[in-house]
Write a protein that binds this ligand. Structure first.
Ligand SMILES: Cc1ncc(COP(=O)(O)O)c(C=O)c1O
Length: 401
């Protein structure tokens, strides 16, 4: 079976994790600090904070913004549940909007129509690693008519003085927008290092700060405190001679990254350019093969100002029903190739359906979803395995359509 997305674990990963284990320091400490510095340098921002997931990153962002009951946060209808679940946890309402046909990302027009005096933030998702339209989002929230609706309710919101733009950058570490890596466009961006992601720490995430109105060093410190119960010193600082005393300044969360995770991340980051190059080659091989097929709608992964991180190769089959797409997936699996669907739209999930969201309100999301099949992409997928995947998909599609 060709798996969908196995992690790359080799002697280098094992040696770095062993080093952390043997050091005796396994929770947040020197390796996490080093990983944060290297990550910030790679992204091209001054500071990032490492956490145990992208979900935790988004939760801390909403917490910092003071988002609460009665507020609205706009999210795309086509994303992983984490994007909306964090809004629910903040006590606010996720306002789902439809997405683009060409790149699966949040539709700027749909965002415009969804803004109300309760809107406090927009979470854009860089689906598949292809950045959302950040210039357009920044312009939109600054338009006089839109900005006049904004109703700041705390000092952070007053200082920001507009709707916040948050990136769910779970897929897009290393993607480029207007010549800069993702992390430099939204006010804050949350990256995922989950096991299936391009760059993994087993579980993990990081938030990159990009707010002129606030010091990123202070934000990093603030988020560290929020990620550790509101405690003013982490275990490593407390462990220094005579430094046991600490305070708790808020009822914070518990979502810090450990040095074991950071050890994996340090190895992954060091070879990430190489990883991206291989993923790009695989995307191009798929693109080359499927563009020749009249039934295929191939994904967008580069344009004049955007380059993907090549996270998910999201193929679509033209004029297909959801049922037939599912048969194609079953047939591909029978040919020993694991494929996937990204994503079951939020409004089709029981929890959100029960809350009154209906897929009929997001027609483009459904059109994209019903036709979509995600193909395997990972560093050590060989050229001959890529051929096997292509043949399995082509044969399965042509048996069904
Ligand atoms: C679009 C999107 N957002 C958020 C997440 C959550 O990431 P994490 O598992 O690191 O919390 C994922 C993970 O699959 C995702 O695909």
């Amino acid at each position: 079976m060709i798996p969908f997305s196995p992690p790359r674990i080799d002697d280098k990963t094992i040696a770095e994790v062993t080093d952390a284990l043997q050091s005796g320091w396994i929770t947040t400490g020197p390796k996490t600090k080093l990983f944060e510095e290297k990550l910030a340098a790679f992204i091209g921002v001054k500071h990032v904070v490492c956490l145990n997931s992208a979900t935790a990153g988004m939760q801390l962002i909403l917490n910092w913004l003071g988002i609460k009951k009665g507020d609205e946060v706009i999210v795309p209808a086509y994303t992983y549940c984490a994007t909306a679940n964090v809004v629910i946890h903040a006590g606010a309402k996720p306002v789902m909007v439809d997405v683009n046909e060409d790149d699966f990302n949040i539709s700027i027009n749909a965002v415009r129509n969804a803004i109300t005096p309760k809107t406090k933030a927009i979470i854009a998702v860089d689906i598949a690693g292809y950045p959302a339209d950040y210039d357009e989002l920044h312009q939109l929230v600054r338009e006089n008519q839109i900005n006049s609706l904004y109703n700041p309710e705390n000092s952070v919101q007053q200082k920001l003085n507009r709707i916040a733009i948050v990136a769910d950058a779970a897929h897009s570490i290393g993607a480029i927008y207007n010549g800069a890596r993702t992390g430099n466009q939204a006010d804050m961006s949350s990256f995922s290092f989950h096991a299936v992601k391009n760059l993994t720490t087993a579980e993990g995430g990081a938030v990159a700060f990009n707010l002129k109105e606030f010091s990123s060093q202070e934000l990093q410190q603030k988020f560290k405190v929020s990620s550790l119960h509101g405690q003013t010193k982490d275990a490593f600082s407390k462990n220094q001679i005579g430094a046991w005393k600490y305070d708790v300044v808020e009822a914070g969360f518990k979502c810090n990254m450990t040095d074991l995770q950071a050890a994996i991340g340090l190895v992954e980051l060091k070879r990430y350019e190489e990883t991206l190059a291989r993923r790009k080659t695989i995307f191009e091989k798929y693109q080359n093969a499927f563009s020749k097929k009249a039934w295929a709608k191939v994904p967008l992964f580069s344009s004049n100002n955007k380059t993907s991180s090549y996270h998910l190769y999201m193929l679509r089959i033209k004029d297909i029903s959801e049922e037939k797409r599912d048969v194609i997936i079953a047939k591909t699996s029978e040919k020993e190739v694991a494929v996937n669907v990204h994503y079951l739209p939020l409004a089709m999930l029981t929890y959100y359906r029960n809350k009154g969201y209906a897929i009929n309100d997001y027609p483009q999301t459904y059109e994209n979803y019903k036709a979509e099949i995600t193909l395997p992409v990972y560093y050590n997928l060989t050229d001959s395995q890529v051929e096997t995947v292509i043949n399995a998909v082509v044969e399965s599609v042509e048996e069904v359509i």
